[in-house]
Design a protein around this ligand. Structure first.
Ligand code: FMN
Length: 372
């Protein structure tokens, strides 16, 4: 079965790819089309960003997605807190919390996770990210260099698992953490350990993923590059993980309609700045379109329907799928055939696009788990 998740817009949401800037979800309540929260008769209404996220989650759950990725950036709400707030809105929805292990002590992470598992019947999933360096990393107060971040991530997960299963006997003396007689209290012990989706394209990431990933999670790339990356993860793994890909989809009845949407967004898009970080994955994604004519959005279509310009139209990674419902479904089916076991799909605005993708694309996929 292929698990299909939807992304939750933790940074607020745009009304379309044609309009840069988020007017949904609370980060610009004064814009005329702001939604949850917004203004009524000039005064603030009482809706919050959590109300908008809850709407997206209900829409996605009803549309057949099994859960959602809650990303974590300096400009987003915090995914742990959001998951706790939103869990009561759903019964089966899985919350994939993105977090950088370095920012949390693993014992505290174990307690928080066990509490969430107990309260939600085991619906917490991890997206382990280790950061992109640069100014954003320092914003978090984290000055550790790239490969050491992965060493810390790896040790963090060792300690987290040690505490989870520790029974009061877990001992750890490491480079970053020391724990004596660790383990969860009886009340919290015995919960299922959250599935680990592990992200990162660098050799250090692939090495750590090989030790810890249940799913190796990548941004979309040209399919050959993705297949080669999966092979290197398999080769580095003690136990080969499953594979997952995070993909923006812009799917319409016809491919002409889909590309018209991209063209309109492209002409309204602001110039983006080069990332100042150390992310190998981001550099890879930019290299795939190096030399392409930036004035021509179609020049960024590196293979049929695989388009590398989404980062210009909304915050997030470069690559996604553009085309008719059938074309997008066919590409997703090719990825399933290539060994992908789970997708995290996204579209702007996340509320309406969850329904569109749920209605028109998910039924065309091979073996979707969905809401069978
Ligand atoms: C699917 C996916 C989701 C990510 N989500 C986040 C995120 O929510 N917050 C964040 O700071 N970084 C996120 N990242 C970026 C990672 O923190 C990291 O910068 C990136 O994977 C580069 O690592 P690398 O240098 O090993 O390639 C994500 C990466 C991937 C592949």
């Amino acid at each position: 079965m292929v698990d299909i998740y939807w992304r939750i817009a933790m940074e607020g949401d745009q009304t379309s790819l044609r309009r840069p800037g988020g007017s949904r979800g609370g980060f610009a309540p004064d814009l005329p089309d702001a939604l949850a929260p917004g203004r009524r008769g000039g005064a603030a209404d009482s809706f919050t960003h959590a109300d908008y996220m809850a709407e997206v989650i209900r829409s996605a759950e009803e549309s057949g997605f099994v859960g959602g990725l809650l990303p974590s950036f300096p400009h987003t709400d915090d995914p742990w807190a959001a998951a706790a707030i939103l869990a009561a809105e759903t019964r089966t929805w899985r919350f994939m919390v993105a977090f950088q292990p370095g920012f949390l002590h693993p014992v505290q992470a174990a307690r928080m996770s066990a509490t969430l598992q107990r309260a939600t019947g085991g619906r917490l999933v991890y997206n382990i990210i280790s950061g992109g360096g640069g100014p954003a990393q320092l914003w978090w107060g984290d000055a550790i260099d790239h490969d050491d971040r992965y060493a810390r991530t790896s040790e963090f997960l060792d300690v987290l698992k040690g505490v989870w299963y520790g029974d009061g006997n877990f001992q750890h003396e490491g480079r970053f953490y020391t724990v004596r007689d660790g383990g969860l209290p009886e009340l919290l012990a015995g919960q299922p350990f959250p599935e680990i989706f592990f992200s990162g394209s660098s050799p250090a990431a692939i090495d750590a993923a090989g030790r810890h990933a249940d799913y190796y999670l990548s941004w979309l790339e040209p399919f050959d590059a993705l297949a080669a990356k999966f092979a290197s993860v398999r080769a580095a793994a003690t136990k080969p993980p499953k594979f997952a890909v995070r993909i923006d989809v812009l799917a319409r009845e016809t491919e002409e309609e889909a590309w018209a949407e991209i063209a309109a967004g492209w002409s309204a898009a602001p110039e983006t700045e080069e990332s100042a970080g150390d992310s190998v994955g981001w550099r890879r994604s930019q290299d795939f379109t190096a030399g392409a004519d930036r004035a021509d959005h179609r020049a960024l279509e590196v293979e049929p329907n695989v388009w590398g310009g989404f980062h210009r139209l909304r915050p997030g990674p470069a690559f996604g799928l553009v085309g008719s419902y059938r074309q997008v479904a066919d590409r997703l089916n090719e990825l399933i055939a290539l060994g992908v076991d789970a997708f995290i799909l996204a579209g702007v605005p996340h509320l309406e696009e969850a329904r569109r993708v749920g209605r028109h694309v998910l039924p065309l996929l091979h073996q979707p788990a969905g809401k069978a």
